[in-house]
Each structure stands twice: as C-alpha cells, then as structure tokens.
Design a protein around this ligand. Structure first.
Ligand code: LMR
Length: 396
C-alpha cells in the first residue's frame, strides 16, 4: 500500500524549522516559526513556570484521564484571564471552556463542530492569515472564504475594505478574527474599529471565532483584551480559541482552550455537549501538565505577578528588536521604508520581502523567513541584527 506514496510538501512554517536544524552554517538565523528567543537566542522556561512545575511534581497524585473538557480549575482561569475576573459573561455563566491540546487543537475541534452542526456555513479568514488556518479548516471539510485586511500600500490595516467585505458575509456564516497580534501581519484593529466590527457582525448574524494566541505580547495582559471585550459588548454568541504557548512559553506542552460564549448557560452547555463529541473522536481528552502549570500560576497572587512581569520582559524585548531592526536597516543604507514594522504588534511583521528575496536569504545567507515574507521579530537578537540587515540589504 505504501509503494506509490509520494513525499508530502513541507509545512510552510514547521518545515522551515526542520531545514534550519539541518543547516550546518553556525551563523544561521531562524525567523520563521513563532517561538520567542531571549537576547542569547534561547527559548527560556519562565521562572513562574519552573516554580509551578515544582509544585505539580510535589502535589500530583494520579495520572488518570482528565475529563474530555479538561481540568475545571484550568478552564475557570482561562475565562478569567481572557475576559477579566468580574466580567458579566462569567457571572452569568454564559461561557463554557474545554481545555485543548494547544490553540491548534481547539481550532480543529471548532472546524469539526461547524462542519457537522452548521453544514452550510462558510468560515471567512483574513487575507492574509496564519498559513495553518486554511489547512486546519479545510481538513475539517469547511468551506473557507477571504475578507480584506492588509493595505499593501501602507502595510497597515485597510479598515474600510475590511468593513466592506464583512458586510458581504451572509447570515449564519462564521468569521475568524485574530484577538490581538495578528498573525502574520502584526496589524490589529483599534478598540473603536473592534466596536464597529462587533456591531456589524451582530447586525449580520455572523458568528465570530476569535483566535486569541498572543495575549500580553502587544500592550499587556489586560490591555490586549480590548478587542475581545468590545466584541462581547455587541455580540452575544462567539467561540474563542486561546493558547498559552507564547505568553507562558509552554509551546511543547500543548496548552490551549476552546471557549463557547452563548445567550445563556443552558445554550452554552448544549453547544459544549456537541464540542465534547468532537473532542472524543479526535483525541479523547487533553494532556494535563501545561494546564496544571497555568492553573497554579494564575491561581497564586505572587506567581501571577511574577508571570505578568515575565510577559512584560518578553514584550519589551520584542519591541526593542522592532526598533533596532528598522534603525539598523537605515544605518546599513537600505532606502526601502520598513518603518511600519515599529508600529506592529506581537511576534510577527510583514516585511514586504518577495518570495525570491526570502529564498535568497535562505539559500545564500542561512536566514529563514516564511515564504509570505512574515518575519518572527522575536527571533532577532542584538548579536544577529547586523548580519540579518546586511543580508536583507544584499537581496533587496
Ligand atoms: C507560527 O505561526 O509560527 C506559530 O503559531 C507556530 C505554528 O504552529 O505555526
């Protein structure tokens, strides 16, 4: 049966990391996958996470299965960190959460849910969006469409075009919105624009699916809720897929969540019963370790404060790199305007580099950037900056 199987194409993001690892060049630079690196080029384990892990090892007394929806304490902390502890959605029990294997696992479950329960619904994705979105939802059998997002002339948000294309989305379709730190562009709507989007979606009867994977990496843990909170003021029903990969550095622990917000508690429970079926046939129940870490950190005042500071360090370092990158390019004599990168948020920026330039950077300089020109700013360090900017100048 395997005789005629052909090699599959490499994944546009994770496949590049495989090539990077095999590259013998000691000066190679990986700006592809969205993983944070500190100034020494390491992906650290946060101190708050280390302490929580110590407590997990001490306290854990069973390796029995978790419920299909995961650990209730973790799910409660997910809702509090996303909406804020006093939010009416929590008080009214209008939200139900399932712990999931990463944000990706949560997205796939939503794909299966929409495909089976709302078979005529299309899912609208921003143009551009994370390379894996189309693949996940396509694998689930969903029809995906595009709405306008980035203005190539300004490398900013084309809000008018976005608004106009959302206006055309039919009732009972769904739209995927990036809660903050849009992947791949780093361009987010303002809170006022979020309010307008929410109003429009409510009027149109379109379900928002919010991919919320970078809370804390733009302006702060609380500040980065702004868009989601604007939506909750206008729209009663939504689904949020969230992840602690980036803001807890828990990449390999697959620590995510799927939260359904409904009109009332009974409706939320009914939707979750359908979600549970999809969980059961995909992976049965989630892994536990990362969820325990998050529940311990967010449930302990001191550890939480330490974590908030650690996220601030991550955010500040990324922002410093944004400025240093633009400054160094100028110093090297690059005339093309990269200044919009300093205003973008989160790990990623759209560099405007063409596919050919990206290929040359990889083949001639061992610098790895996703084919779309998306750069992981969190992979830049003061020590790789000169080499990076010189190479970019050479290929421009
Ligand atoms: C990315 O966009 O690089 C990250 O979200 C990691 C991934 O799984 O692609």
């Amino acid at each position: 049966m395997f005789k005629n199987i052909k090699t599959a194409p490499a994944d546009p993001i994770l496949g590049l990391t495989e090539t990077f690892k095999a590259d013998p060049n000691p000066d190679k630079i990986n700006l592809s996958v969205g993983v944070y690196k500190d100034a020494n080029g390491q992906t650290p384990v946060l101190k708050s996470v280390k302490e929580a892990e110590r407590r997990v090892l001490e306290q854990e007394d069973s390796k029995g299965y978790l419920p299909m929806t995961g650990e209730p304490a973790y799910c409660a902390r997910v809702q509090e960190i996303m909406f804020g502890e006093d939010h009416e959605i929590i008080a009214e029990k209008r939200a139900v959460t399932a712990q999931c294997p990463g944000g990706t696992g949560a997205l796939r479950i939503v794909g299966d849910y929409l495909h089976v329960l709302h078979p005529s619904a299309s899912l609208w994705l921003s143009d551009p969006t994370w390379a894996n979105h189309g693949t996940i939802f396509g694998a689930a059998g969903l029809n995906c469409e595009k709405y306008s997002y980035r203005d190539p002339k300004t490398n900013g948000l084309d809000f008018d075009a976005m608004y106009e294309s959302i206006k055309k989305i039919p009732r009972d379709d769904a739209i995927l919105l990036h809660g903050c730190c849009h992947n791949p562009t780093g361009i987010d709507p303002t809170p006022e624009q979020w309010a307008k989007i929410g109003e429009l979606l409510a009027r149109q009867g379109v379900l928002p699916l919010v991919d919320f994977a970078y809370q804390g990496l733009a302006d702060g843990i609380e500040e980065d809720r702004a868009g989601l909170l604007e939506l909750t003021k206008k729209v009663k029903q939504m689904i949020v897929c969230s992840s602690f990969s980036k803001n807890f550095g828990l990449y390999r622990e697959r620590t995510g969540a799927l939260t359904v917000v409904a009109d009332d508690a009974q409706q939320a429970a009914r939707v979750m019963s359908q979600i549970k079926l999809r969980i059961r046939y995909n992976y049965s129940n989630p892994p536990s370790h990362g969820g325990q870490i998050v529940a311990i950190v967010l449930g302990d005042k001191e550890l939480k404060a330490q974590w908030v500071e650690e996220v601030a360090d991550i955010r500040n370092r990324i922002n410093e790199m944004r400025h240093l990158f633009v400054k160094t390019l100028k110093e090297k004599g690059v005339t093309q305007d990269f200044s919009s990168i300093t205003g973008q948020r989160g790990m990623f920026s759209f560099s405007g580099l063409t596919k050919d330039q990206v290929n040359r950077l990889r083949d001639e300089y061992s610098i790895y950037i996703v084919g779309s020109g998306r750069i992981n700013v969190a992979g830049m360090t003061p020590s790789n900056m000169d080499r990076l900017c010189e190479a970019i100048k050479a290929v421009l």
